[in-house]
Design a protein around this ligand. Structure first.
Ligand code: HEM
Length: 413
């Protein structure tokens, strides 16, 4: 890629050219030094996410980021650890049953269930499994509709009547009713320590309560969308890489056995585990493409970019840039992230950088580390020869055919 196109180039998408950056210094200039010159560009998402943290811009985004940032501090998120352990245990039980039978297990489906439950139970204290499943279906329909539009060679205006659109609308109605119900149940007495109550307490102080309730609904869907597929796909690719590199499983397992306990802060001192976690995010960053649109004329890397032009970079390509990674295509956790190694500035950006970097980074890290530590202690994992494990790079970097792996429970389980 670098050899062929260099570090910055224009992709001639008809009518909407994209100015593409492929160098860590340009990522820094784009997101850290000149963020105010850019705004969100792909606005179809607003049709169901409204003005939540991902889709909003300007003063509204700044206020919301501050409000949500108060909740997403590591200290308050640590309350979620027991829940993450409980959901991890359920998934490993499902893995364990599957490992008794022959053949492949669709790990992606189980991991989607787990991460959706962590978001819904951890952030909104949802108690009802059926509600979580229904919400999962709603979100699935929204994403499929958006992906269908992205893939269509001719993009009709949003809302053009079609069976797909009617299905989208009916799920949107269902979703809104459900969240409305949550808000009604708690509005008078927000007594839990979750994100929903944090937002309700804020909402009750607002002059325009109806607008505040809309905003809360938008933040709820934003968290569900941002917080479950990303973590699921990070885990899917990590398991896939481990399946292809059994010696790495052994290396992590040995290190885990030598830990005094399995507290999160202890897991973070387990170098092989942290190296695998980071190396998998390097090779398969779930958010593989980041785009904005120029709000004004601006320069990037000394090149003039006109107002309205879309500007993008791909963490996937930056993470495999041969100028910054010695063995870019290889899974080499200790080589890239071992003792004394640290990636060049802005060459490792799975959670992006700057003011709009991932607010859920710590939550994702908790889920992934806790899950991996439990998994590696209890299972071996293998790919099946003859199956291709391709990528489907759409909104997140998902496995093309789901992620199906062979699971082998260790004898102690
Ligand atoms: C491994 C898992 C995850 C990865 C790799 C990831 C990655 C990212 C990246 C790269 C961005 C920036 C996107 C852009 O600027 O266009 C982002 C933003 C965001 N993420 Fe995550 N994310 C993960 C998990 C989560 C979780 C668990 C949550 C919350 C429950 C979350 C909530 C958000 C939100 C709300 C934003 C928008 C922030 C803003 O614009 O202020 N993410 N994430």
């Amino acid at each position: 890629m670098q050899k062929k196109f260099g570090d910055q180039f224009l992709i001639p998408v008809p009518g909407e050219p994209v100015y593409f950056l492929n160098h860590p210094d340009l990522v820094r200039e784009f997101l850290l030094e000149k963020p105010r010159s850019f705004e969100r560009s792909y606005l179809d998402m607003k049709s169901f996410m409204g003005e939540g943290l991902i889709t909003s811009d300007g003063d509204l985004w700044e206020r919301q980021r501050k409000l949500m940032g108060e909740f997403f501090k590591p200290r308050s998120l640590e309350n979620m650890i027991p829940l993450i352990r409980e959901e991890t245990a359920k998934s490993l039980d499902a893995f364990s049953s599957a490992s008794k039978g022959p053949g492949l297990f669709r790990v992606e489906e189980e991991l989607l269930r787990m991460t959706l439950n962590v978001v819904c139970r951890g952030l909104f204290s949802t108690q009802v499994d059926a509600e979580v499943r229904a919400l999962g279906e709603d979100v699935d329909v929204f994403m499929k509709y958006i992906v269908h539009r992205l893939r269509s060679p001719v993009r009709l205006p949003f809302g053009t009547p079609s069976p797909r659109f009617f299905k989208f609308k009916s799920h949107l109605k269902h979703f809104n009713r459900l969240v409305e119900g949550w808000m009604n149940a708690r509005w008078e007495d927000p007594h839990r320590q979750d994100l929903l109550d944090h937002l309700i307490r804020w909402g009750k102080e607002q002059h325009d309560v109806a607008a505040a309730r809309r905003q809360i609904r938008d933040e709820v869907i934003t968290m569900i969308i941002a917080g479950h597929e990303t973590t699921t796909h990070a885990l899917c690719w990590t398991l896939y890489l481990l399946a292809a590199h059994p010696h790495e499983v052994e290396r992590v397992r040995t290190a885990l056995r030598n830990l005094p306990d399995k507290e999160l802060k202890t897991l973070k001192t387990c170098a092989p585990l942290m190296e695998v976690y980071q190396e998998a995010l390097r090779l398969y960053p779930p958010v593989w493409y980041i785009e904005r649109s120029a709000k004004e004329d601006v320069t990037l890397g000394g090149v003039a970019v006109s107002k309205g032009v879309r500007v993008a970079f791909s963490p996937y390509l930056i993470h495999r840039h041969p100028g910054f990674w010695e063995r870019p295509e290889e899974f080499a956790p200790a080589f890239h992230f071992g003792e004394g190694k640290s990636p060049a500035a802005f060459s490792f950006v799975p959670f992006s950088t700057g003011g709009r970097s991932c607010i859920g980074k710590f939550m994702a890290e908790m889920e992934i580390l806790i899950f991996l530590a439990e998994f590696i202690e209890k299972f071996d994992v293998e790919t099946l020869p003859g199956i291709t494990y391709g990528m489907d790079p759409l909104i997140t970097l998902r496995p093309q055919k789901g992620m199906s792996l062979v699971l082998k429970a260790l004898s102690s389980t």
